[in-house]
Design a protein around this ligand. Structure first.
Ligand code: FPP
Length: 248
């Protein structure tokens, strides 16, 4: 199988048969995992956080450059106060426990979305973790927190419109590259592989622009059961796909 040449503008897209440079995951199914065991939803999220550790390690071991995880969508505020507070506490705990691992494994932490909406303590911890890991280069872990893709695109459009109003750019100069440059992912390689666990088959407002040429993989496994073997299997599926980028 010969990998198809990527079109102009698709620089950085991994070729078929190779390890994807950028993998994103919609970590779905924590609630159902807990329900199946007669446990509270919080127990599912806790087990989900352990799956995050495993996925991070597997991504680093396999040579993936960027792992983007959907931890909290802008729609998740509709959940109960109790669940939001459980998730926030879990992220605080995870950060405290894992910061050393991120440093040891040379993982750089980056956030997309608007994390300022969370409590001051979590915001401070997140900002500190970002700063402490900023020079790491082995793997970038991107956590999408209070993230929504349509809001991200609308915000990019607003900034470009303002620059046009201020005569800094011509409207005709607003092309795909100009929009991509305004997205929060502008410093990351193109998304190669997008995985969703739990059997649901939708994108739920996650990386809509970035997923334009990504391979999509919907797995029946619930997120807390996603392990190193599942990650390796996903990479094998990706390697067997023939990416054509609109060509033949
Ligand atoms: C979806 O499962 C999962 C979430 C909304 C939260 C994801 C959070 C974690 C995996 C834990 C902590 C994260 C980090 C980065 C340490 P769901 O609750 O929608 O499951 P259901 O669809 O079965 O109810």
């Amino acid at each position: 199988m010969t990998p198809a040449a990527a079109p102009a503008g698709a620089k950085g897209l991994g070729a078929a048969g190779k390890v994807p440079r950028h993998v994103a995951i919609i970590m779905d199914g924590n609630g159902r995992w807990a329900q199946q065991r007669g446990l509270p939803r919080a127990a599912g999220h806790k087990a989900g956080a352990e799956a995050v550790r495993r996925a991070l390690q597997a991504a680093a071991d396999q040579g993936v450059e960027v792992l983007t995880l959907y931890a909290f969508s802008s729609e998740n505020w509709r959940r109960s106060d109790e669940e939001i507070s459980d998730l926030t506490a879990l992220m605080r705990f995870y950060l405290e426990r894992e910061l050393k691992t991120l440093e040891k494994e040379r993982v750089k932490l980056k956030l997309i979305g608007d994390h300022s909406a969370f409590g001051a303590e979590l915001v401070e911890r997140l900002d500190r973790a970002i700063e402490r890991t900023s020079s790491n280069t082995r793997l970038t872990l991107v956590i999408a927190l209070n993230y929504g893709s349509r809001a991200e695109i609308a915000s990019a459009a607003r900034r470009l419109a303002q620059r046009a109003v201020d005569s800094e750019i011509e409207p005709a100069a607003i092309d795909e590259a100009a929009i991509a440059a305004e997205l929060q992912t502008n410093d990351l390689p193109e998304l190669d592989l997008l995985i969703r666990t739990s059997g649901e088959v939708r994108l739920s407002n996650f990386l809509l622009w970035q997923a334009a040429y990504a391979e999509l993989l919907f797995l029946d496994v619930l997120w807390p059961d996603f392990d190193e073997a599942a990650f390796a299997g996903a990479l094998q599926t990706y390697a067997a796909r023939n990416r054509r980028f609109g060509g033949r």
